[in-house]
Design a protein around this ligand. Structure first.
Ligand SMILES: Nc1ncnc2c1ncn2[C@@H]1O[C@H](COP(=O)(O)OP(=O)(O)O)[C@@H](O)[C@H]1O
Ligand SMILES: CC(=O)OP(=O)(O)O
Ligand SMILES: [Mg+2]
Length: 298
């Protein structure tokens, strides 16, 4: 029984095909810098020479088409067509009213759409990616696995913000937390590596990528995390602001006459690592620019 795991990230698309009976990985690959061409890719099948290079991937669909071509090509592939898959699992982050995982139906897509205001970089890419697989595999089950579940164990003093009750009851404004699969993996793997039971350990898990979050783990459970009602909160993200005093936003809107669309665009596209570096939201570009500046100065 083969499943394809699709990790649609804010800056990348990564995939693996897993045999669920043996847990063996048949292929692992990914395309990075999606939307920021040239996009490097890797594709590795045990027993075959691994393939890598660069493609033009202006969006996640282009990365998915490229991955499917490699998966099904005779020289690089592991199957003649995707109908050998019993299912496709997507990392998804936030959809209104859905907590753990769900078989993807139109209702789930509607719920992802409803939460685009909280996940503007992620949800449109998930919806487009899900549709890309639906077109190719109309009768294969597609499953969404939500990143919020691992943080359900947070105590209320960590998950609640100091806001009016009505905001919570009517609009569900609270800390959800994301990167759950990644933090959960750390919560299980660190005790294995240290040879210590989870009950003895207090772990701070740091997930650093296009989006970054930290998680406090006690007794194997999430007790606090840095992302909030949206994955824009916490440390700076690639081009998204991370923590920012809400009064700075209100002030700027008044002072500059910016509407919500304009301030949202700047918070999503021009902030974070890109904002502070003035170079890029990708740390590799920032390091290369810093290196070049050092050489020029010296
Ligand atoms: N070799 C590297 N050195 C420094 N930073 C890196 C390196 N590789 C990736 N990164 C950083 O990680 C980010 C990608 O993170 P990743 O978790 O793979 O993607 P996503 O957020 O899409 O899931 C890049 O934008 C870049 O900032
Ligand atoms: C929140 C999240 O999953 O972020 P990314 O897609 O950047 O990994
Ligand atoms: Mg990711």
């Amino acid at each position: 029984m083969l499943i394809l795991c699709a990790n649609v990230g804010s800056t990348s698309f990564k995939y693996q095909i897993i045999d669920v009976q043996t847990s063996a990985s048949l292929v692992a690959g990914g395309v990075e810098r999606v939307g920021n061409s040239p996009s490097p890719f890797t594709h590795a099948v045990p027993g075959k020479p691994s393939v890598n290079g660069e493609i033009d991937a202006p969006n996640h669909n282009a990365a998915i088409v490229h991955a499917i071509d490699l998966i099904t090509a005779p020289e690089t592939g592991v199957m003649a067509d995707l109908s050998d898959l019993v299912g496709v699992g997507f990392k998804t982050i936030l959809a209104r009213g859905i907590w753990r995982s769900a078989l993807i139906t139109n209702k789930v897509i509607d719920a992802l759409e409803a939460d685009i205001p909280f996940a503007p970089t992620h949800n449109p890419a998930y919806i487009a990616s899900i549709r890309a697989f639906q077109e190719r595999l109309p009768s294969t089950p597609l499953v969404a696995v939500f990143e919020t579940w691992f943080h359900q164990t947070m105590p209320d003093y960590a998950s609640e913000f100091g806001v009016p009750r009505e905001w919570v009851e009517k609009h569900h404004i609270r800390r959800y937390g994301f990167h759950g699969a990644s933090h959960r993996y750390i919560s299980e793997r660190v005790p294995q590596l240290l040879g210590d039971p989870p009950a003895n350990l207090r772990i701070i898990s740091c997930h650093l990528g296009g989006s970054s979050s930290l998680c406090a783990i006690r007794n194997g459970q999430s007790i606090d995390t840095t992302m909030g009602v949206s994955p824009q909160y916490g440390p700076i993200q690639s081009s998204r602001s991370g923590d920012l005093d809400p009064f700075a936003v209100l002030y700027l809107m008044d002072a500059e006459g910016w509407d919500t669309e304009e301030i949202r665009r700047q918070l999503i596209e021009e902030s974070g690592l890109r904002g502070i570096s003035g170079v890029s939201g990708d740390l590799r570009d920032v390091e290369a620019a810093a290196w070049k500046a050092t050489i020029m100065r010296d």
